[in-house]
Design a binder for this molecule. Structure first.
Ligand code: ZN
Length: 103
């Protein structure tokens, strides 16, 4: 994906945003992000989800359906905190109040 380093934070925020509404899983997240113009492969999304779980933003549970196993992720209280803070930061960046300090 182009500009991946730059956009990586937005991808994680998208994940948190949706995980705050309902449990998510890798393939669902890939499709959702594709709607927003982010093209991610399973090889990219799974390490991101795993990393966010390790950092305490997401909790995970495994659902078994016969032979298939699916990892379902939900936001944690720490994740909600991070999401709130990031929302403020985004508003600051794109909002009307974003002016450079006067010289
Ligand atoms: Zn979305």
């Amino acid at each position: 994906m182009e500009h991946r380093d730059l956009l990586g934070g937005f991808i994680r925020l998208h994940i948190l945003h949706h995980a705050a509404q309902h449990e998510i899983f890798g393939m669902w997240m890939i499709e959702e992000l594709a709607r927003h113009g982010y093209k991610l492969s399973p090889g990219t999304i799974y390490p991101i989800l795993h990393g966010m779980e390790k950092r305490g933003y997401l909790s995970v549970r495994v659902e078994r359906d016969g032979r298939t196993e699916r990892k379902l992720y939900a936001i944690t209280p720490y994740g909600r905190q991070g999401l709130e803070l990031a929302r403020l930061r985004v508003q600051e960046l794109v909002g009307k109040r974003h002016k450079a300090a006067e010289a």
